[in-house]
Design a protein around this ligand. Structure first.
Ligand code: AHG
Ligand code: MN
Ligand code: MN
Length: 315
């Protein structure tokens, strides 16, 4: 009998509390994967006509994935509010506003890949509220450093749909088995290789990078002899980095002066997974998980990978 997401209940201090939430992520993933698969045939590719709070054009599939994810979090009964890339404000789930947990989510990551049938993902993390359960959850409940994250993970919509997550007891990957309609453990205890692998970055921005990163990357390449891969979807690039080794980076640049990737629903969940997989997660001179968040949609530079590669890049 294969291990399923039920397995999570046995992991770490928060496994049993987090299992229903992660099962909810799994249900959202199954639904989002199905929507993605048929989108081109239903005319659901392309812009939705609105902008998100970051001033980025929302795709129809960004909006749909957001709705699906919110609905599945609501259905768990354990989530009082969701902070999403696609929602300017914290979304309070009124009927469960007394519940203990908040979820931060990038419902559809790498959405520029949609037009070319490339891989995309979902990224999430879970924190416990700070306000009393008798009060309405507040955005300040989301502003907790990565050291307070209870569970985090991502879904990769590729040739198969994979849910990779951690409740603070290692990183485990589950692959959706369509024949059994469930996620089954396929990648137990994922650990990033200490050497080898690839560097992964949008190198077209090199001339604009801050912090001398252009020179540092040249040095890293000379020292480590890494190959290069870049999908342009953080989930896909991070998944490869964890399995094959190397480093994923998105430095600050002239255009994105504080970095491009969002702290609460991209950098922290991926930083948590990278640390749990034995790697290192830096945002220049501070660990991603040590940053004290100031805003829901805050952006930061990220350097995530094996210790040696991250140190060499930032050294
Ligand atoms: P999103 O689609 O959620 O806005 O995220 C896109 C992010 C991330 O997935 C990826 O690593 C990065 O943007 C790619 O940016 P560039 O196109 O600037 O390389
Ligand atoms: Mn994203
Ligand atoms: Mn997104």
């Amino acid at each position: 009998m294969p291990s399923t997401l039920n397995n999570i209940a046995k992991q770490g201090e928060y496994g049993s509390a987090m299992m229903p939430v992660i099962q909810g992520v799994g249900r959202a993933a199954i639904e989002i994967a199905a929507v993605l698969r048929g989108a081109v045939l239903r005319g659901a590719l392309g812009a939705a006509g609105g902008e998100n709070v970051q001033g980025e054009q929302q795709q129809m599939l960004d909006v749909l994935s957001d709705e699906i994810f919110l609905e599945e979090m609501r259905s768990t009964g354990f989530v009082c509010a969701v902070g999403s890339e696609e929602q300017e404000e914290l979304l309070v789930i009124e009927e469960y506003s007394h519940a203990d947990y908040l979820v931060l989510v990038d419902p559809l990551d790498g959405s520029s890949n949609l037009d070319v049938d490339g891989p995309v993902g979902t990224i999430f993390s879970v924190v416990k509220r700070k306000t009393p359960n008798s009060e309405t959850p507040h955005v300040s409940d989301t502003l907790q450093s990565g050291r307070h994250v209870i569970a985090a993970g991502y879904v990769l919509y590729g040739p198969s749909t994979m849910l990779v997550c951690s409740v603070g007891a290692g990183v485990h990957g589950y692959t959706f088995n369509p024949a059994a309609a469930r996620f089954e453990l396929s990648h137990a205890d994922m650990r990033i290789p200490e050497s080898g692998g690839y560097y992964s970055v949008n190198e077209a921005n090199k001339a604009k990078w801050a912090d001398n990163m252009g020179e540092n990357l040249i040095r890293l390449k000379q020292e480590k002899g890494l190959g290069m891969r870049y999908v342009g979807a953080m989930v896909a690039d991070m998944h490869r980095t964890i399995l094959k080794g190397g480093v994923f980076l998105y430095p600050a640049d002239d255009k994105n002066v504080t970095g491009k990737l969002r702290l609460l629903y991209e950098a922290i969940p991926m930083g948590f997974i990278m640390e749990q997989a034995g790697g290192k997660s830096m945002s220049k001179d501070i660990a991603v998980l040590d940053i004290e968040p100031e805003a829901l949609h805050q952006r930061v530079p990220v350097y995530l990978g094996s210790k040696d590669n991250v140190d060499s890049l930032l050294g």
